[in-house]
Design a protein around this ligand. Structure first.
Ligand SMILES: *[C@@H]1O[C@H](CO)[C@@H](O)[C@H](O)[C@H]1NC(C)=O
Ligand SMILES: *[C@@H]1O[C@H](CO)[C@@H](O)[C@H](O)[C@H]1NC(C)=O
Ligand SMILES: *[C@@H]1O[C@H](CO)[C@@H](O)[C@H](O)[C@H]1NC(C)=O
Length: 373
């Protein structure tokens, strides 16, 4: 509060004299937000911001368009009101060269249980949680998200961005299968993004890459969801939105999930491409449906059975993909390619045990794997 008042005083001096002798940036003041009404003025004037125990009213986005170079720290519990049906996001942070940290013990509570109905996106009115548009070497560290109403984190139009030490805990959504479409990290139209050293407990893709290049995921622990995914073909008209290249997933574990690895291209999308994707050292435990699933027949959220070549997958590399499956529908490797949709795959060290059904490949058999064509 003292700092906030100081800013007002300084601002007054600036306006009074017309040419400031000093300003907030030069004194490095830190500014604490404890109520929603303070957000706009603090974000406009401060570069060292603390958000402490903030309650965001229902139906409002906590919009933080940070000044270049800003450091933002979350303390205590940031909570988001519920009771309104809307699309969100609950929080949207933008900026260049920004540093965002969660202090020890802090969390952002999306109040998921108030929205969950087992239907996810099929029943509208659940706000997306956390959107990021950041550039220039920005970092987001140690953020703890609790109970996402629907998709948890969406990274869009970003470059040179690193996320590390995240804890996305949506495990309460497993109860009665009420949490649904609660993707961990969705990435689109971004270049040079790293997500590492994070834990994700949810009910849909742990990671879903929609578009972008030079994207790296490492040391992720995924529980309860649908695995490490590429989902390409969101656009039916603009092929620039259906491009993915140079993506790596390394040193990750996927537990008690529907899929371990899932590369899906949408059969009803316009053209696109998926190039140079590497999964290495991925450990799977208790995967119920597919250890590795590559499918070019994805449509409206499921398999349509007719794979297409509109978004070719080239240079899909797997090395050291190991682990176990459980459940009566489990298949270690499932490859459903268009007639000429897949090429130059390089798989080695794929060893997934416990599947109840045989591996299957259509139109293409990746070297280094045995599957019935
Ligand atoms: C604040 O001071 C710094 C350093 O003197 C200067 O570079 C910057 O432009 C000033 N900002 C504003 C908003 O006056
Ligand atoms: C892949 O991405 C990494 C990191 O962003 C980069 O260093 C590397 O040069 C990229 N590789 C290619 C072939 O573009
Ligand atoms: C496949 O990957 C292995 C290493 O994992 C590499 O030694 C080999 O040259 C690659 N083969 C092709 C055809 O790229």
């Amino acid at each position: 509060m003292w700092c906030f008042n100081l800013i007002l005083v300084l601002t007054t001096i600036v306006y009074a004299t017309g040419s400031p002798l000093y300003n907030e940036t030069s004194v490095g003041a830190s500014c604490t937000i404890t109520s929603f009404s303070q957000v706009n003025s603090v974000v406009k004037s401060c570069t060292n911001i603390i958000i402490n125990g903030l309650a965001v009213p229902t139906g409002k986005t906590l919009q933080l368009d940070l000044k270049s170079g800003t450091t933002l720290t979350f303390q205590g519990t940031t909570s988001f009101g519920y009771g309104t049906k809307w699309e969100g996001p609950l929080i949207f942070i933008t900026g260049n060269r920004i540093t965002v940290n969660g202090a020890p013990g802090s969390k952002l509570d999306g109040q998921g249980p108030h929205y969950w109905d087992g239907k996810g996106g099929a029943n509208k009115g659940k706000p997306k949680f956390f959107r990021i548009k950041a550039t220039g070497g920005s970092t987001f560290s140690n953020v703890h998200l609790l109970n996402c109403p629907i998709q948890c984190v969406s990274i869009q139009n970003s470059n040179h961005l690193t996320l590390s030490g995240w804890n996305i805990d949506n495990s309460a959504g497993d109860r009665n299968k009420l949490g649904h479409n609660t993707d961990g990290f969705d990435i689109s139209n971004s270049d040079t993004v790293t997500v590492k050293n994070s834990v994700i407990m949810n009910q849909d893709d742990c990671v879903a890459v929609n578009s972008g290049k030079n994207l790296h995921f490492s040391n992720l622990q995924c529980y309860g969801g649908h695995g490490l995914s590429l989902s390409v073909g969101m656009s039916k008209t603009d092929s620039s939105k259906n491009q993915v290249s140079n993506v790596t997933f390394s040193d990750c574990t996927v537990k008690n999930s529907r899929n371990g690895i899932h590369v899906k291209t949408h059969s009803d999308a316009t053209y696109g491409s998926v190039n140079d994707i590497t999964y290495s050292n991925i450990q799977l435990y208790g995967i119920t449906n597919y250890g590795i699933n590559v499918q070019q027949d994805y449509k409206d959220g499921s398999s349509c059975g007719v794979p297409t070549n509109n978004i070719p997958i080239k240079g899909l590399k797997m090395s050291k993909i190991t682990g176990t499956m459980s459940g009566s529908n489990s298949v270690a490797v499932y490859v459903m390619c268009g007639s000429s949709g897949c090429y130059n795959f390089n798989w080695s060290g794929v060893s997934i045990s416990g599947a109840r059904k045989g591996s299957f490949c259509k139109n293409y058999r990746p070297p280094g794997v045995s599957c019935e064509m």
